[in-house]
Design a protein around this ligand. Structure first.
Ligand code: AMP
Length: 534
């Protein structure tokens, strides 16, 4: 067989060539934009040529700090197609993490949404590798800003070469993208995606037994384009020529419902918090959402009540999936096998609420101290994954790499059972992180800060179930003898150190934190205690 490379360039070229009339609908702060793949194709070429003019070379990292919209989509293709690396930056990270990842990736150019400019202005003197900034606004002119040099995206695209040829010699194993994910301790870890990994993952999203993404879809990724490439959905949707609806900044449930109704969205993807919000909206106001054929829900466990409400009350098919930044991200997806479709409703739901079956192309197993777990839905072990779209190291981070990538497997830190049918169910997490609304909070960082307070003897932070955010942090604190500190004082102390959404919802004062024989916090025991208390 021929060994032709699988590249991102071929995805955008296919859309441009065969789906020139199909549309991308994009919501930005300037309003709704409708562009065809013909328009997008030219603009992508123009952006590549502009980046080249700015000195971006093959292998250079180009960062984006942006919402889900057409300009971000253009960057998704322009940057890898010229051989550079698309580094999508999580806009919700605290400033010190932003500084770290921009420096660690050595981003040469940053593309930034207008409302996010202040995030970069504040740290601009601490990111020396960045040679140019581009504001992704509507205007041809740059806004008032301390960033220098600052270019207007639309001006660059208008002046760029719309017939630019992607001449870079790209090997399919070359890096195409990168994304940092939170670590239990210390700074975020970088995951590099190859052209080949992204291409194979994109194909997997098109399989009938996975997300079945196709040309006939109107695809609306709500999961941020800075979070594991919006689960790869924009790559597949473009490659397959699907219509795309990109919901833009601050897409509240009402906006999502209106976009679905107006543009007859057929499939969407996001974390449970998004769907809980949409559910509330559609239960309060009337919308016609009959166009939807599948909602993909992942990133955190989908509550059974959520699946029930969407499917049984609103007739909207709801699919639970699992993955990680390190896995591009799709790994498992919960669908019934053909012989299970006649099972009673509750049995069907109990299968569909699991994280599901591994997708074709990947291998999984789960291990505990006794070896590989039994597939009986009871035995528990850590999930291990391998396959062509699974990372095999963290970018320039040998210490964190050896912890996670061992013996040819990615060790996920997720504790699972696997049933007789092969369905994976996540039952716990070994990583000391809290996932709130789809984003990570490090309990260890909060604990270190708390224990840095002179009045606090020891502190542990655990997650509590939350109806809106799935998990929220709660701090358990033991004060030094004779010290008086109120909950409000402790929270104010943390507010000065962390972004708002990291600050625990509650502080519980204790006599002692439960510990193991070697003095480690017994987090699971503590979590159970706290859950009973509140
Ligand atoms: P991230 O890299 O931020 O996407 O986070 C990946 C992690 O999120 C996984 O290792 C799991 O701990 C968690 N996760 C992702 N999807 C699910 C799901 N469907 N159910 C439960 N946890 C999930």
């Amino acid at each position: 067989m021929m060994n032709t490379p699988l590249t991102i360039t071929s995805m955008i070229e296919r859309a441009e060539k065969y789906f020139s009339k199909k549309k991308v609908i994009s919501r930005t702060q300037g309003g709704i934009h409708e562009l065809t793949y013909k328009d997008i194709g030219k603009r992508v070429r123009a952006l590549s040529s502009a980046l080249e003019e700015l000195g971006v070379e093959q292998g250079d990292r180009v960062g984006t700090l942006a919402w889900n919209h057409h300009r971000h989509l253009e960057a998704y293709f322009a940057i890898p197609s010229m051989g550079a690396v698309l580094h999508t930056i999580n806009i919700r990270l605290p400033a010190e993490h932003l500084i770290h990842i921009i420096n660690h990736a050595e981003d040469k150019v940053l593309l930034v949404d207008p409302d996010l400019l202040p995030l970069i202005e504040k740290i601009a003197d601490q990111i020396p590798a960045v040679k140019a900034f581009i504001v992704m606004g509507e205007d041809f002119y740059v806004p008032e800003s301390s960033l220098d040099p600052l270019y207007a995206y639309e001006h660059l695209v208008a002046e760029g070469d719309k017939t630019y040829e992607y001449t870079a010699q790209i090997d399919e194993n070359d890096p195409a993208g990168m994304c940092y994910t939170s670590a239990t301790t210390g700074k975020p870890k970088g995951v590099v995606y190859s052209h080949r990994g992204i291409a194979l993952h994109s194909m997997s999203l098109g399989l009938a037994d996975t997300a079945a993404l196709s040309e006939s879809d109107v695809s609306m990724p709500v999961v941020p384009m800075f979070h594991a490439n919006a689960w790869g959905v924009p790559f597949s949707a473009t490659w397959f020529g699907a219509t795309q609806v990109l919901p833009g900044p601050y897409a509240a449930p009402k906006i999502l419902a209106e976009l679905i109704e107006t543009y007859k969205v057929t499939t969407s993807a996001g974390v449970p918090t998004i769907w809980l919000g949409l559910l509330k909206e559609i239960e309060t106001n009337n919308y016609d959402l009959s166009s939807i054929r599948a909602i993909l829900c992942g990133g955190s466990a989908a509550p059974e009540g959520l699946i029930r409400a969407f499917e049984l009350k609103h007739g909207i098919p709801f699919i639970h999936a699992y993955g990680m930044t390190e896995t591009t991200p799709l790994v498992t997806l919960a669908r019934l096998k053909s012989y299970q479709s006649d099972l009673p409703e509750d049995d069907r739901l109990s299968i569909r609420k699991k994280q599901g079956l591994v997708v074709p192309g990947l291998d999984i197993k789960a291990i505990n101290d006794s070896g590989e777990i039994k597939h009986d839905g009871e035995d528990m072990g850590e999930l291990l994954i391998r396959g062509p779209w699974i990372a095999d190291e963290y970018y320039r981070d040998p210490d964190k790499s050896v912890e996670t990538f061992r013996d040819g497997w990615l060790h996920t830190g997720d504790v699972v059972t696997i049933d007789e049918e092969g369905n994976v169910e996540i039952v716990d997490r070994t990583k000391d992180l809290i996932k709130s609304g789809g984003e990570w909070i490090s309990s260890v960082e909060l604990e270190n800060a708390l224990m840095g307070h002179e009045g606090i003897f020891e502190a542990a932070v655990v997650s509590m179930p939350d109806p809106k955010w799935q998990e929220r942090p709660v701090a358990c604190v033991v004060l030094h003898e004779g010290v008086e500190l109120s909950k409000e004082e402790i929270l104010a102390y943390l507010e000065a150190k962390f972004v708002k959404w990291w600050v625990p919802d509650d502080v519980i004062f204790m006599e002692e934190i439960p510990k193991t024989s070697v003095g480690k916090f017994l987090k699971r025991t503590l979590r159970d205690q706290v859950r009973e208390m509140v």
